[in-house]
Design a protein around this ligand. Structure first.
Ligand code: PEP
Length: 257
């Protein structure tokens, strides 16, 4: 047994407008019970334009659902048209900011140095970065998935001190499993999540490594979550498609049942 409380985070991607967001969060709030929140932390990661609506609902009904963004600017403020700062997200009550999602790396050419800057920007506003790492299919086929993913971890965590590293969430998301319906086996997930924890122990120490929550992401559903959560180094899931369906996301949060 570890002291790590599992986290189930729903990445809505570019889906759900701010009115639909209210409905989805209400459905989650209605379906999830106190016992669920005792067992797992639950978070949603809506588009930026939904965050104010989600904040209003969470505050008004004192919901135990946390929320965060799908990205954050590396910059503090100024002439960065289209970007959203950590200070703005903190003001909206965001607990989390996703950084380095594979879709950002792929479509917006984000590299490890930028992911590192974004993680540090979030941390400077006491927002927990959810640092996404993971290999593509070619790298997996070549058997280099562990080395590739650990290099991303090294890059993303550069210059972040141990007392902040211990608060991080790292999401291992093999790109070939994202949105494809092809889930990694529980053993695949455990192999890389354990390697990430080992690297955290090397970079810092075992106590820091034990504190970090490492999530698996990639085609997680109600039907496959239990096997993944049975792995000792997997501390939750980053859920894309299935997080848009409240019944399915609640099933994932209740993986113990
Ligand atoms: C994701 O976008 O982080 C993700 C894991 O997506 P999906 O669950 O749809 O594979």
């Amino acid at each position: 047994p570890t002291g790590r409380k599992p986290l189930m985070a729903g990445n809505w991607k570019m889906n759900i407008n701010h009115l639909e967001a209210i409905k989805l969060v209400q459905q989650l709030a209605f379906g999830l019970k106190e016992a669920d929140f005792d067992a797992v932390d639950v978070a949603v990661l809506p588009p930026f334009t939904d965050l104010r609506s989600v904040q209003t609902l969470v505050d008004a009904d004192k919901l135990s659902i946390a929320y965060g963004s799908q990205d954050v600017s590396a910059h503090a403020s100024g002439a960065y048209t289209g970007e959203i700062s950590g200070a703005m997200l903190a003001k909206l009550g965001c607990s989390y900011a996703t950084v380095g999602h594979s879709e950002r790396r792929q479509y917006h050419h984000e590299d490890d140095a930028l992911v590192n800057a974004k993680a540090r920007a979030a941390l400077s506003h006491e927002i927990t970065p959810i640092v996404c790492v993971g290999e593509g299919l070619e790298v997996r086929k070549a058997g280099r998935h562990v080395a590739h993913t650990l290099a991303q971890v090294d890059g993303a965590l550069e210059k972040i001190p141990a007392d902040q590293v211990r608060t991080l969430v790292i999401a291992y998301e093999p790109v070939w499993a994202i949105g494809t319906g092809e889930v990694a086996t529980p053993q695949d997930a455990q192999e890389v999540c354990a390697a990430i924890r080992g690297r955290l122990a090397e970079l810092h120490d075992a106590e820091v490594a034990d504190a970090v929550r490492i999530l698996y992401g990639g085609s997680v559903k109600g039907a496959n979550i239990a096997g993944i959560m049975a792995q000792s180094d997997v501390d939750g899931a980053l859920v894309g498609g299935a997080s848009l369906d409240p019944g399915e996301f609640i099933k994932i949060c209740r993986y113990r049942d």
